[in-house]
Design a protein around this ligand. Sequence first.
Ligand SMILES: *Cc1c(COP(=O)(O)O)cnc(C)c1O
Length: 344
Amino acid sequence: MNLDRFPRINLCHAPTPLEFMPRLTQHLGGPQIWIKRDDCTGMALGGNKARKLEFLLGDALQQGADHVVTLGALQSNHVRQTAAAAARLGLACTVLLEHRHPNPDSDYLHNGNVLLDGLLGAEIVYRPGGTDMAAALMLMGDQLRAKGRRPYLIPSGGSNPVGTLGYVKVAQELLQQAQEKSLRLDHIVVASGSAGTQAGLVVGVAAQASKVAVQGFAVSQAAHLQHARVAALALATAQWIGDFPEIPPEAIRVNADYLGQGYSIPTPAMVEAVHQVARLEGILLDPVYTGKAMAGLMDWVRHGRYRSDENIVFIHTGGQAGLFGFCNTLSHSSRKAVNANPLD
Ligand SMILES: *Cc1c(COP(=O)(O)O)cnc(C)c1O
């Protein structure tokens, strides 16, 4: 399958590394665990959204846009990467941020991604929790057009068929890397939110008739809802590409057991996963997405759900800027985790 006919601009340091995690693998005593470093895509601290933005902003430039508009939660990684991409291309950028965190502390409100959105020059517009953000995005588009601007609207997480092409491409990149290492991939594990990452991987894997299973761990809603979201986006993306083999329903695998109370609400298992991976591998996960997905993977390994001869690739989708929005949650538990702080 050739994606070259879709407009795309280079924003990423790619291919990102595919690395073995020897100490985590040994610690868990199960399958071989690998990590695809899409936290290292490079643009303004990296992450998965840069992959989608290559196609989205390629499309925006082709349409003659001069202004990018998107939306997200206060600590949205997608918003931060969109602000960076717009800056890099010399486009104006307006971002709508929803105050939807139930118990925000000062770091969550002002540090991490929010700080970076401002540094990157985005105009930040706050909306109260519960706002219909998709409608707010359309309205902002209308207002900008009325002022003579040519806005390009990007939905939540960049997850429409255009953005999802980014992860169709990553599936190609990953399968090629595995082939170069003579590595048989059995499972891909990924955090699943607005669903473009998982849907793109599913479509990309199907396009190459690979047998690798793509497992999503939902971070924002119940499994049946997330399953429907991924399936609909995978179908829409396959239709967008055209002339595409059918995607069997069993190719969409979603589990929501590690979501906890809801989107961006910390769980003890997330805190443990963030600490373990930091201390065993020197790799930083994030509290909202990869920490919960890794908590799921670690628990499944402990429950013997994988054979020891299987190879698993965890997609590191980035998000570390979010760590600085969760200083309280993570630093209290760090002290507990090392058992004693000499200054306490
Ligand atoms: C957005 C995001 C995800 C989820 O990707 P979707 O395509 O929205 O499902 C995972 N990890 C991080 C760090 C993200 O910012």
